[in-house]
Design a protein around this ligand. Sequence first.
Ligand code: HEC
Ligand code: HEC
Ligand code: HEC
Ligand code: HEC
Ligand code: HEC
Ligand code: HEC
Length: 356
Amino acid sequence: MIKLLLLTALVARAAEAPSQFQKDATLFQAKCAKCHTVGRGDRVGPDLKGVSERREKAWIIGFITKTNEYLDNDHEAKELMARFNGVRMENTNLSEAQAQGVLNYINAASKGPVGPEEEAEPEVQDPASKLRTPDEGRGASWPGLALTLLMLAFAVAVWQAGFAVPAAVLLTVAAGAGYWSLGGRRYYRLLGDQQGYAPAQPIAYSHAQHAGKMKIDCLYCHYGATRSDVAGVPPLSVCMNCHGAVRKPTGASEPSAEIAKFISVWETRLSSAPQSIQWNKVHDLPDYAHFSHRVHVADNIKCQECHGPVQEMSVMRQASSLSMGWCIECHRKTKSDAPTHWKRSGGPLDCAACHW
Ligand code: HEC
Ligand code: HEC
Ligand code: HEC
Ligand code: HEC
Ligand code: HEC
Ligand code: HEC
């Protein structure tokens, strides 16, 4: 009897718990992937493909769990750091068991695909896939197109009935409706509505590359978002955590001119005339409306629900209208018949919550 119970419990656990391999893979993605790849070249740190063949296991585990100690005292670690332009690997705070798990993942991924039920590349869930991102008026409007076709057919009928002038007017209106439905509506907004605004920036920094391809967490750079009203744009020191070492795009032979631009600015920081990068502001509410990131982010609203698919943007743009109606619409939907992701504690509707 007890055996049977144990067995069912085990089966139930196996069914719901992700495999250990999945857990190790996820840990690697969360803690290491922003600096390392397995088989896709050096990033901030070395490509870890085949690391077990070039180093002792004890050394690797020691290096991962006691990084600072190794970088200060171990001859091989110091040599490696010199090769990586003196960039220190950050302390990852893993336990030995976790480090062993991550190493298992690295070893498996080094060999390529690892069997049908265990993918080499863990499924990293695209955070935007389940979210309702703002409607940016991209793509065609089907009702609008249907109306256009109807008008066209009507214009032809009127033409055939011998009324040339009304037919021409109808045609013109149909052409306008077609343009509007096929995306023209994106360019026409109420005065003061800045949706879609995407100013050029002094450095060609790309969210698609950093937050998308490299999967760097938004909060790594916009750490203000969980603590204060403003999310904040990161100072150059954050960029230099990586660009102290990364001077060119993967695979390129020449250093990147874009990276060189901000490194030259960075190098003035201790001089008598320090410079800074003047990023152009994209989002800007009027001063009489108050918005706080902290409360919204604490309520587990994803950045993408308000800012759109940032991880796909090579140039940052304002995805939502930021109008009062937009704020209120979501605050209303936090009540009763809302789509599930909006079923949270309600947002306020009184004027004084936002205007004070
Ligand atoms: C902030 C960037 C960064 C993060 C995060 C990071 N590393 Fe590193 N790693 C480096 C750098 C840079 C080096 C090269 C040594 C140095 O300069 O400190 C390195 C070296 C290594 C080495 C030695 C590789 C060799 O060729 O000998 C191993 C193993 C390693 N890292 C594993 C990990 C693991 C596992 C994680 C995640 C738990 C991780 N690293 C997270 C930057 C990072
Ligand atoms: C490597 C650092 C970095 C990461 C990671 C990053 N950002 Fe940014 N972000 C920046 C920089 C630099 C700017 C200013 C330049 C620009 O607008 O492109 C910026 C600008 C923005 C802006 C516009 C600010 C304004 O002026 O209104 C938003 C919104 C934003 N980021 C959201 C996100 C979201 C959401 C993520 C995660 C999916 C993310 N960022 C990840 C560095 C980063
Ligand atoms: C976690 C590491 C990391 C951080 C933090 C980081 N970058 Fe990068 N960045 C990279 C890597 C790696 C590449 C090369 C990517 C590639 O080519 O695949 C890169 C590429 C770039 C490029 C493109 C260079 C080119 O010519 O194609 C620019 C510009 C850039 N980064 C600017 C910034 C700025 C500005 C910041 C700070 C807001 C920043 N990066 C923060 C790792 C980082
Ligand atoms: C509920 C909607 C909402 C969510 C969720 C949200 N933002 Fe914002 N964000 C805004 C609004 C509105 C502004 C304009 C604020 C202003 O001008 O005062 C803004 C501005 C910004 C800015 C530029 C100005 C500033 O405040 O620093 C950055 C950067 C930014 N957001 C990043 C993020 C990141 C990263 C996340 C996720 C961690 C996030 N936002 C989540 C609505 C949101
Ligand atoms: C995607 C949905 C969404 C959007 C868009 C949104 N909010 Fe909210 N907001 C919420 C939710 C949910 C809460 C309740 C948070 C809580 O109390 O946990 C909230 C709470 C608030 C609060 C009360 C904070 C507090 O201190 O209790 C203010 C003020 C606020 N929002 C302002 C705004 C403004 C201004 C905008 C537009 C620029 C906006 N919100 C856009 C969902 C949203
Ligand atoms: C959830 C936040 C929120 C609440 C609640 C709210 N507002 Fe607003 N309100 C805004 C934002 C954000 C703007 C700025 C919109 C823009 O720039 O288009 C705004 C703009 C305005 C404007 C200026 C419009 C213009 O075109 O210049 C007035 C007037 C106003 N609100 C009145 C009110 C009144 C009255 C109430 C209560 C019935 C109220 N608001 C409740 C967020 C809010």
